[in-house]
Design a protein around this ligand. Structure first.
Ligand code: NAD
Ligand code: UDP
Length: 340
């Protein structure tokens, strides 16, 4: 599909033309969050073009969607421009787990910076809305707690997490510049730690590690003393927030925190997972990674006020669903990959 004639028409006009069945491009749609977003958009009667290079995503996340006439998959790297006729763009393309994004730090930076540029150029050419999956990592190791969007953060620009944190910060700047200079209708979500079915078993993030370890009776690996905190949002709640943000009649382009304010230490999380799985796993301690944030909790006042959004699913309930997903994965799969 090619863009027939680049248009600078405002987003409202283009949306009106395709009001019956808008076509939505989801970059990173074969990943954990992206696959849930594709499902949600299809359930709303939209046509979905899912673009992904399978860097961390998996065909099995979208295999059940591939037979649907409203769903199309394109194998594409967001680092290169893509010309498609769509009415909205969600940009989720980026590795998200620290081991994954640190494995090729230059590639992570390119994905986030060039990727943001390319989706914004497409949005500008077509006069359409574009959504950016930003992150709580823009706050780095925060000195303000909980974190409101007005906080500018505390990021080490040359540390091991910088390729991701600064890549996402640079992408936010790119979005702000395209909005200011070209009037692109931008939407930015700062996503806090999210978990749920379709995380990769070897993802390396804490929820998938702990659940896989508990189900396999392996030691639960706590990095550091386990007193660092995170706030965990269940994927369904988050995706609701994405769509509310994108569908809001207007936006001034300001970033909006999306996350669950319930705050847990990693030790509390480990104990909860052990309890819910009935596992005999023991807790073991490993060194804390460099620049690992000490605490993190979203201030979601803006999301409540502007979008009427708040998360509904408590951690224990979301974990039960997630544990069930990994349990079924283990039952179906051959010998599992090593995690931790
Ligand atoms: P994920 O790794 O499961 O999904 C990322 C997807 O992007 C994968 O399908 C991957 O193949 C694709 N991708 C990566 N590089 C690409 C490239 N160059 N071109 C095309 N596709 C590419 O991770 P996720 O948890 O689903 O995260 C999705 C987005 O949300 C990411 O941008 C991430 O930074 C952001 N985010 C996620 C969380 C979270 O807790 N899950 C928190 C903050 C931000
Ligand atoms: N973590 C842990 N054990 C693991 C994986 C992660 O204790 O097996 C810790 C990690 O050091 C961090 C927290 O859990 O303090 C969340 O890590 P994750 O990689 O999930 O997300 P992020 O650090 O990006 O918030």
């Amino acid at each position: 599909m090619q863009i027939s004639s680049p248009s600078l028409a405002p987003a409202r006009l283009v949306s009106h033309v395709h009001a019956q069945q808008p076509r939505v491009l989801v970059f990173g749609g074969a990943g954990f969050l992206g696959s849930h977003l594709c499902e949600k958009l299809l359930s709303q009667g939209k046509k979905v073009i899912c673009a992904d290079n399978f860097d961390t995503g998996r065909m099995e996340n979208i295999a059940h969607l591939c037979g649907k006439s409203a769903f199309q998959f394109i194998r594409h790297d967001v680092v290169a421009p893509l010309a498609v006729e769509v009415d909205e763009i969600y940009n989720l393309a980026s590795p998200a787990s620290p081991p994954h994004y640190q494995a090729d730090s230059i590639r992570t930076l390119k994905t986030n910076l060039f990727g943001a540029f390319n989706v914004l150029e497409l949005a500008r050419a077509r006069g359409i809305k574009v959504f950016q999956a930003s992150t709580s990592e823009v706050y780095g190791d925060p000195e303000v707690h909980p974190q409101p969007e007005s906080y500018w953060g505390n990021v080490n620009p040359i540390g091991p997490r910088a390729c991701y944190d600064e890549g996402k910060r640079g992408a936010e700047t790119m979005f702000a510049c395209f909005r200011a200079q070209h009037g692109v209708d931008t939407r930015m979500a700062r996503i806090f730690n999210t978990y749920g079915p379709r995380m990769r078993p070897d993802d390396g993030r804490v929820v998938s590690n702990f659940v896989m370890q508990a189900l396999c009776g392996e030691n639960i690996t706590i990095y550091g003393d386990g007193q660092q905190t995170r706030s965990f949002c269940f994927v369904d709640d988050l995706i609701d927030g994405f769509v509310k943000l994108m569908d809001a009649p207007s936006s001034n382009g300001e970033p909006i925190n999306l996350g669950n304010p319930g705050e847990f230490t990693m030790l509390e999380l480990a104990e909860l997972v052990i309890g819910l799985t009935g596992s005999r796993s023991k807790i073991t301690y490993r060194p804390l990674p460099v620049d690992d944030p000490r605490q993190r909790r979203p201030d979601i006042t803006r999301a409540k006020d502007k979008l009427g959004w708040m998360p509904r699913i408590p951690l224990a309930e979301g974990l039960v669903t997630t544990i069930d997903y990994f349990d079924r994965y283990l039952t179906q799969a051959a010998p599992r990959a090593h995690v931790g």
